[in-house]
Write a new protein. Structure first.
Length: 140
């Protein structure tokens, strides 16, 4: 989706999320609201606005493969420098709620896939592959 196709009425971070939703969908992920969560909808589910463990904030997207949390995406408004926001994504990768942590793929206690994005092309296409399962199997 071209950034010009996204409504100028939306706030900058909301525009970034619309574009990231489209990227995730185009790559084979099912994007859902945390209020309408169905981890069985597809092998790869990206859940928006997930409340993390106390003190860890709210992740823009929590990525699930086969009902296991595997990664997070932090969305920033277009033009925002991503340098210096890695701490925020790392906090989400470490701060899984206890019920999510029970069925999460973690490496040394944190999610292995952590991404920041502020423009439509920030997230590498190899990250958002059509087959979300291939990303997990390569991490094991």
């Amino acid at each position: 989706m071209d950034p010009q196709e996204v409504s100028a009425d939306l706030a900058a971070e909301q525009r970034a999320r619309v574009l990231i939703d489209r990227q995730l969908t185009d790559a084979g992920w099912v994007v859902q609201s945390r209020h309408a969560l169905n981890l069985f909808a597809a092998p790869g589910v990206a859940v928006r606005e997930v409340v993390m463990a106390a003190g860890h904030g709210r992740a823009d997207y929590l990525l699930y493969v086969d009902q296991m949390a595997v990664g997070v995406v932090e969305a920033k408004p277009e033009g925002k420098t991503l340098s210096g926001v890695e701490w925020q994504s790392a906090m989400y990768a470490d701060g899984l709620p206890s019920d999510v942590r029970l069925k999460a793929l973690t490496v040394d206690g944190r999610l292995p896939f952590v991404f920041e994005a502020c423009r439509p092309n920030d997230m590498p296409p190899t990250t958002l592959c059509i087959d979300p399962l291939s990303r997990v199997s390569s991490a094991l």
